[in-house]
Design a protein. Structure first.
Length: 407
């Protein structure tokens, strides 16, 4: 999994090379998939009620004016972090292996028919590693896409989006290290007190923040990370390296034969760069026309995240089927999926906002990110929306405040 160039060039870090290289780096290989381009999945995260059954008014997305097929563009290959959206697919969705997409009935809590279909498209290699925002403006059939706050700020003047649901409350992005080689380190700031090289994917905005705050030194960061463990392993664990809390600490200690040892890490969010990652957004110009649809759709999506976290196994099973069918060099195992879900629960990566609601945005947090990112992008010569404010890029107007994850 996430030994990666992941999710475009802005936030997520190196995954491009890893798609080709990960099979050699790991001790397992993906199972070969069928050559057919469109096949039904044998299992799903939900079971839909009969089409003849009346659709409850609260769940009738067709009556609310939603597209006949709601299209979600993800930022990477199928993985556990996407589970809240795959949870929305009804029984036996159709997998289009060549297009790297899956389509089925969009069902609400308990498998209730909503009158529309859902199509979830893979990102990353499937869209040429471009930003999801760019893909959304290129292909207007996309209803919602995964975006990060930094992507939204960066493209606020040219490809503006408004996020309507925080799919992840905390970004899983981390800097990780070997506790055996660096037993006294507990934070990223500890790394910055040394001259230890820190491997990361060039262009990640969080690194500009870490350097600007003096947490890391410019002289120690190395933007050549390609998503594989090769350089880290060859250093004997002396280097530090970016990653995802939901992936590398498990994969590298279980599946990478050349390492196969524990890793420790700190979340980037804990350094003060607490950006939203994998927020679900619409094109800003479509917000008004989609409002009747989003009013009913967003609460259904909130509940799907809750349902997934309460019973992830069926959806993880679907994700594994999709990875096998897409067969693009991306590998994913049951163990990785189980670890990712457990980690998301433990760290609150999928969790409630401070007000106890699942999926809403904290305005002060968004404003802090705007304050951090605007000067970074100005220095890089990128134009952002003049006077940019939180309401330009996020809204809680569709959130049902009664929906939350129960501890």
């Amino acid at each position: 999994m996430r030994s990666n160039p992941r999710r475009g060039s802005r936030v997520t870090g190196a995954r491009v090379t890893a798609v080709a290289a990960i099979g050699a780096a790991l001790a397992f290989t993906a199972a070969a998939c069928s050559s057919s381009s469109s096949t039904p999945a044998s299992t799903s995260s939900s079971s839909t009620s009969g089409s003849a059954a009346a659709i409850p008014a609260a769940d009738n997305l067709k009556a609310a004016g939603c597209p006949s097929t709601v299209v979600i563009q993800t930022d990477w290959n199928p993985e556990a972090e996407h589970g809240g959206q795959y949870e929305l697919l009804g029984a036996n969705p159709t997998i289009n292996a060549s297009a790297k997409e899956v389509t089925g009935e969009l069902v609400a809590h308990g498998g209730i028919d909503t009158g529309v279909k859902l199509q979830i498209r893979a990102g990353g290699p499937a869209i040429g590693y471009q930003d999801v925002s760019t893909q959304m403006y290129k292909d207007t059939s996309i209803t919602l896409g995964y975006v990060g706050t930094d992507e939204q700020v960066s493209l606020s003047a040219t490809q503006p989006t408004v996020a309507v649901l925080a799919g992840l409350q905390i970004s899983p992005q981390i800097i990780q290290w070997s506790p055996q080689e660096h037993p006294t380190w507990t934070t990223i700031q500890d790394i910055g007190k040394t001259s230890t090289p820190v491997l990361y994917y060039q262009g990640a905005s969080y690194m500009d923040y870490l350097i600007g705050k003096g947490i890391l030194k410019k002289s120690q960061v190395n933007g050549s990370y390609d998503g594989t463990p090769t350089v880290f392993v060859s250093s004997g664990g002396q280097d530090a390296v970016q990653g995802f809390a939901t992936a590398e600490p498990y994969i590298w200690s279980h599946d990478v034969r050349t390492w196969d040892k524990p890793l420790k890490y700190e979340l980037i969010a804990d350094t003060g760069f607490n950006f939203y990652q994998q927020a679900l957004a619409v094109r800003k110009g479509d917000l008004a026309s989609l409002t009747p649809c989003l009013t009913k759709l967003v609460p259904i999506m909130q509940q799907a995240i809750v349902d997934y976290m309460n019973n992830p196994e069926p959806t993880i099973g679907l994700i594994l089927k999709l990875v096998t069918a897409y067969n693009n060099g991306w590998t994913y195992t049951q163990g990785t999926g189980d670890y990712a879900v457990a980690t998301m629960k433990k760290l609150g990566i999928i969790g409630n906002a401070p007000d106890g609601t699942l999926g809403d945005f904290t305005t002060s947090r968004v404003q802090q990110l705007i304050n951090i990112l605007t000067p970074i992008y100005a220095k890089q010569g990128k134009q952002t929306l003049t006077g940019l404010k939180p309401s330009d890029i996020v809204t809680n107007q569709f959130i049902d405040t009664s929906i939350s994850l129960k501890s």
